[in-house]
Design a protein around this ligand. Structure first.
Ligand SMILES: Nc1ncnc2c1ncn2[C@@H]1O[C@H](COP(=O)(O)OP(=O)(O)OP(=O)(O)O)[C@@H](O)[C@H]1O
Ligand SMILES: [Mg+2]
Length: 482
């Protein structure tokens, strides 16, 4: 059954006066529970403003939600195996490396630590997030947008949101709806990964290092991890440092430990380091190499980060590749079922066909470079322009082509800082992210679980919905039994 629009959890629109009142309540709730971010225009460390959010939980089919939740440990393990398959990463990334300087630099670090024999024997910590959109034309079944292996964000903020939605639904007289909102324990789950890694490191006076940007706008999401760990494990010390500070303040001791303030570092959790602008000079790259060389458990290790590239996502969809990592059978079929069309743009017959196909029908595709952080993909006419320009240039191998997923519409109110109150009812689309935790070495997995979810919802006509980028809004699923 295909539905072009999913029913909202309560009848819309809400009467004007009531709406004004609940929006005010929701904003105050959000501010007072840290559903916030720093203001990019007027940055001030003394103030937090609301993060954009959707007033009422958005509908999501229960079967598809459960499917994504159940699949997470399978995907965690798949990505863990991919990350530890040197040959596969090498073959898959080869062409992109020649033209993508950023991926090449990450890859060089991986080569160095491999030569030194370090990477493979060590524990890696993955705090992953697999993202999905529903495909309207396919009965609203979920399709994977991408798999994030570094700085997967918003687990903390979205763990707070269901409580806000429950409060608002009650205020509106729909308290009975609450039962259809799944609990979200992403924050505690993600933190349990960090503390489990710390325990496996096994040095009681070691510290946990968060790698952060020079300026953190998404400060609440990051700090909540720190606060949660401090509350549940008060003996643990967390330090926040930029890559440049790591360059200046750390060293490696004779045991191979990363040392900061005379203390060994047990876990390094990257909330920065996923895009070129975060490495403005050679110092940041040197810092990354130093961390990677050390015995600290990296989240992610460099090979996890490489496994999270778009190129790897595309390669996994090629015939026989899932079988290679997972064998055949039902789990493999379940994973294949969430893939949408993914095409390499390498200089070979299938790459040529993909170029032709995309130029002829641009609306069907998204063109993606090997980048994270949002705002890098091309859509619509830009796909044709870009492909016509780079058709004969090696640059094109740094991109992949992906079928565009067209999700069903949902209606809702997006509450934004500084926007008019009450907001209008708008057409929106939702993207589900499922968080996963994995800890393991090449040969042994110590922990592998699904830990929670996030929903972010954007205007139906926006291409991308990054919340930090100001396009999307934080949301919670309201599960529909269709
Ligand atoms: N195949 C697709 N069909 C429709 N929309 C897509 C598709 N791929 C990506 N998008 C949209 O673009 C956004 C960014 O894409 P993607 O997640 O691949 O890039 P990213 O830079 O890694 O983003 P992030 O910062 O979320 O990790 C997605 O959240 C989604 O809204
Ligand atoms: Mg990403």
């Amino acid at each position: 059954m295909s539905q072009a629009r999913l029913a909202s959890c309560v009848p819309l629109p809400i009467e004007h006066k009531t709406l004004v009142s609940v929006v005010e309540k929701a904003k105050d709730w959000a501010l007072m529970h840290g559903v916030g971010m720093r203001d990019k225009q007027h940055f001030n460390k003394d103030t937090i403003q609301i993060a954009p959010f959707v007033l009422l939980p958005s509908p999501f089919p229960r079967t598809e939600f459960t499917k994504a939740v159940d699949l997470q440990p399978v995907l965690n393990e798949l990505m863990h195996k991919v990350a530890h398959d040197d040959k596969f990463l090498e073959n898959t990334l080869q062409n992109a490396l020649e033209v993508d300087d950023f991926t090449a630099k990450l890859y060089d670090i991986w080569l160095k630590v491999r030569e030194e024999g370090i990477a493979q024997s060590q524990l890696s910590l993955g705090l992953f997030r697999s993202d999905y959109l529903m495909q309207k034309a396919d009965g609203n079944r979920i399709k994977q947008v991408e798999f994030n292996t570094i700085a997967s964000s918003f687990g903390a903020l979205t763990s707070n949101l269901p409580a806000m939605s429950r409060y608002i639904l009650k205020q509106l007289g729909y308290g009975d709806m609450i039962k259809n909102m799944p609990e979200n324990r992403a924050l505690s789950g993600l933190c349990s990964g960090i503390t489990a890694a710390f325990d496996l490191f096994g040095v009681s006076d070691a510290i946990i290092l968060f790698v952060v940007e020079e300026v953190s706008y998404n400060i609440c999401d990051q700090r909540f991890h720190e606060f949660y760990i401090s509350e549940t494990r008060p003996e643990l010390q967390i330090v926040r440092k930029t890559l440049n500070e790591i360059y200046e303040e750390t060293s490696i001791n004779e045991k191979g430990q990363l040392v900061l303030d005379s203390k060994p570092v047990a876990v390094v959790y990257y909330r920065s380091g996923y895009e070129p602008a975060q490495y403005p000079s050679v110092r940041e790259w040197d810092a990354r190499l130093r961390v990677e060389r050390s015995t600290a458990i990296k989240c992610p290790s460099i090979h996890y980060q490489l496994a999270g590239t778009k190129k790897v996502q595309q390669a996994l969809a090629e015939p026989g590749v899932l079988e290679k990592f997972m064998g055949g059978g039902t789990p493999t079929e379940r994973v294949r079922d969430i893939f949408t069309g993914l095409y390499s743009l390498d200089f070979d017959e299938s790459g040529e066909r993909a170029v032709e196909m995309a130029i002829a029908d641009t609306e069907r595709f998204v063109l993606k470079p090997q980048r994270e952080g949002g705002g890098n993909n091309l859509y619509g006419a830009d796909v044709r322009d870009a492909l016509l320009k780079m058709r004969h240039s090696r640059e094109r191998a740094a991109y992949i082509l992906m079928e565009r997923i067209l999700p069903p519409l949902v209606s809702g109110y997006v509450v934004r800082p500084g926007a008019e109150v009450p907001p209008p009812v708008t057409d929106l689309v939702s993207e589900l992210g499922i968080f996963g935790v994995i800890i393991g070495t090449k040969d042994k997995i110590y922990c592998n679980k699904q830990v929670g979810h996030m929903l972010r919802t954007k205007l139906a006509d926006a291409n991308e919905g990054g919340v930090a980028a100001g396009l999307g809004a934080l949301d919670s699923p309201y599960l529909l039994d269709l």
